[in-house]
Ligand binder design. Structure first.
Ligand code: FAD
Ligand code: DHB
Length: 385
């Protein structure tokens, strides 16, 4: 079997790349380890930054997002028992849209299948070969038969735990944080219209939402936390105390612990293999940059691969890694900064705590500082970093 671009992983990165390539007449095959039901139900990120929203609209994926997504023009930061709003519309003229990652994935799968795209679910044993000459992806199909996919280029969009990164000789830059997030999805109408990021001496908390009926909430917990040790009553108590705002309670639809880490693998290319999204970089979730970065990568890659496979022009693919890493490191800094400013480090002393409050106060009181937060949060225009 032959295709122009072989893509490993049907997350936002792999699926969107396949869609962008198809719009330019380039064939691809997407190989995904999980089932379609699984990837469409996996609860993850929820915030689409402005350039992501614009891109999805531009490429025909904006219809349901515009109908069901929730546009927000600001967020609030809470610390020292007071709340302060950062007004994105006033500071940047732009905003964000709250729309779950699994909804983006559903829209992408539906679009690929409607266009006759080739997405293979439940494949296993993916192995990459010939990456500096004639790439081949070996895999086992859902029915157990061996498959061999020959391609002009391979894209590793298989997330942090995928197999592709190991095929790229790389240097890693890594930081782990001494806390994790316990996230819940609750069948409860959000009372707040926007997100609230709360810094509290007992730990960070975040108020978010998914729809007019569903609230999404997070609590800072120790890194080795077992979600089952947290009863519903304990979660709600802690949320009320740390967020200091009215919250509607409701039955939990989902509960899980997410580790916090910063990670970058450089470079993002080896021969004809290109890494995209979480396969190459991870940010801690504070600031919601993970999925947005994955989308920014494949926008650059779709252009570069188009030039490579249609005109033999390698200038785009040669620049791919450096171009993406500039935006990646901007997001790494922003996510690390938001994380450090808002969480309670168990090893922090009174001096650290006062520095943190000084940073928070400046962020909400200085228009220049608030604008820096706002422009990173709503997303720097693609190509501007
Ligand atoms: P992924 O979405 O991880 O997709 C990779 C795909 O590759 C998966 O479908 C996987 O099944 C498949 N795959 C893996 N290995 C193989 C293989 N060997 N063969 C074939 N297929 C394979 N970001 C935020 O901004 N806010 C959040 O609240 C947030 N919460 C998160 C919670 C969790 C538990 C996780 C893991 C991530 C979270 N993120 C969050 C990050 C965000 O979801 C990711 O940045 C985003 O999913 C990256 O997209 P991707 O397409 O690069 O990778
Ligand atoms: C959500 C996740 C984030 O990491 C964040 O910073 C804001 C919102 C969410 O899942 O809604």
């Amino acid at each position: 079997m032959r295709t122009q671009v072989g893509i490993v992983g049907a997350g936002p990165a792999g699926l969107l790349l396949s869609h962008l390539l198809a719009r330019r007449g380039i064939d691809s095959v997407v190989l995904e380890a999980r089932s379609r039901e699984y990837i469409e139900r996996r609860v993850r990120a929820g915030v689409l930054e402005h350039p992501t929203v614009e891109l999805l609209r531009e490429v025909g994926l904006g219809e349901r997002m515009d109908r069901e997504g929730m546009p927000h023009e600001g967020v609030s930061l809470r610390f020292d028992s007071e709340e302060h709003r950062i007004d994105f519309a006033d500071l940047t003229g732009r905003g964000i849209v709250v729309y779950g990652q699994q909804e983006v994935v559903k829209d992408l799968v539906a679009a690929r299948l409607a266009d006759g795209g080739d997405v293979r679910f439940e494949v296993s044993g993916v192995r990459l070969d010939g990456l500096t000459s004639d790439p081949v992806i070996h895999f086992d199909g859902a029915d157990g038969t061996r498959g061999e996919l020959r391609c002009d280029a391979v894209v590793g969009a298989d997330g942090f735990h995928g197999v592709s990164r190991a095929a790229v000789p790389h240097t890693t830059y890594d930081r782990q944080y001494p806390f994790a997030w316990l996230g819940i999805l609750a069948q409860a109408a959000p009372v707040r219209e926007e997100l609230v990021y709360a810094n509290h001496p007992d730990g960070f908390a975040l108020y978010s939402m998914r729809s007019p009926e569903v609230t999404r909430l997070y609590l800072q917990v120790p890194p080795d936390t077992d979600a089952d040790d947290w009863s519903d009553a304990r979660i709600w108590d802690e949320l009320h105390r740390r967020l200091g705002t009215e919250i509607n309670e409701g039955p939990l639809l989902e509960k899980g612990v997410t580790g916090m880490r910063s990670f970058v693998a450089e470079p993002m290319r080896h021969g004809r293999l290109f890494l995209a999204g979480d396969a190459a970089h991870i940010v801690p979730p504070t600031g919601a940059k993970g999925m947005n970065l994955a989308i920014a990568d494949v926008r650059v890659l779709a252009d570069a691969l188009y030039r490579l496979v249609t005109a033999g022009d390698g200038s785009g693919v040669d620049a791919y890694s450096d171009t993406c890493l500039r935006r990646v490191w901007r997001a790494e800094h922003f996510s690390w900064w938001m994380t450090s400013m808002l969480h309670t480090d168990p090893a922090a002393d009174a001096f650290d705590r006062r520095l943190q409050l000084a940073q928070l106060r400046q962020t909400v009181r200085s228009r220049a500082a608030a604008t820096t937060l706002a422009e990173n949060y709503v997303g720097l225009p693609h190509g501007s970093v």
